[in-house]
Design a protein around this ligand. Sequence first.
Ligand code: ATP
Length: 319
Amino acid sequence: SKLVVSFGEMLIDFVPTVAGVSLAEAPAFVKAPGGAPANVAIAVARLGGGAAFVGKLGDDEFGRMLAAILRDNGVDDGGVVFDAGARTALAFVTLRADGEREFMFYRNPSADMLLTDAELNVELIKRAAVFHYGSISLIAEPCRSAHLRAMEIAKEAGALLSYDPNLREALWPSREEARTQILSIWDQADIVKVSEVELEFLTGIDSVEDDVVMKLWRPTMKLLLVTLGDQGCKYYARDFHGAVPSYKVQQVDTTGAGDAFVGALLQKIVQDPSSLQDQKRLEAAIKFANACGAITTTKKGAIPSLPSEAEVLQLMESA
Ligand code: ATP
């Protein structure tokens, strides 16, 4: 099977209609469906790949809306369950003056945190060629145990494991706890993607030099990636490493760029797993992923700006 199964949270971001204001000053908010693992699944599907999402939503209008968004985008929602007692997670987002985003979450607890291992769609997870996840689903039980069990099921069934920690400091009890828990499953992933900020958070060193990145390398890994925004990314495989620049675009909103990058790369790896061992083909896959990430920054929101394969190829050809 050529399926990417993505595990974790799907939620609604409430984004101010005007940029650069505080939550209190915002005159109004628009709904922006998100959650990194859900974005990755939709990114894969938009590129024409097989994708499924596993997670829990509130049995409320927002939860039903999010499940419909998955289906409308061609993502298998057979792994979605609904919690009768808890709400779909919400996050209010502000764009700071320096361009970074700030989050205020409503999770007390939200439905995504309440997924249990008994609720996992085991048959769906077993069909994964790639099983992808983040770290937000590690923060609280019972979801944490469900997450660990799902990884185990996927691995036993022969899937590649893909990990994008997607650090959200505000959700953890402390920075130390975040670091410890994020790294607690580090050795199990075949593919790991971090941002520059996450590299610094995890290593304590503000540098993207090879010797710093290598602190996050494990012999069990097949591929480690560090995304660098408009600078593209650096990649490290068993027998080779390098950097791939991105494409020049008019950046409007970076939300979802990392997820688009991951979705595109996983889609390429699912199509041709041997590209993990071939530097030329891996670089071609990463170029495609960079282009996909770049396009996602040219429009507001994550999901509306995820490109089709034709749009990605068009940017690559015009460059
Ligand atoms: P997110 O904002 O989703 O958390 P991230 O920090 O995980 O993103 P980024 O490094 O911002 O990831 O972006 C992922 C990839 O998208 C980059 O490696 C790059 O290829 C591409 N990209 C992002 N921003 C730009 C840009 N302004 N111009 C060109 N390419 C970009």
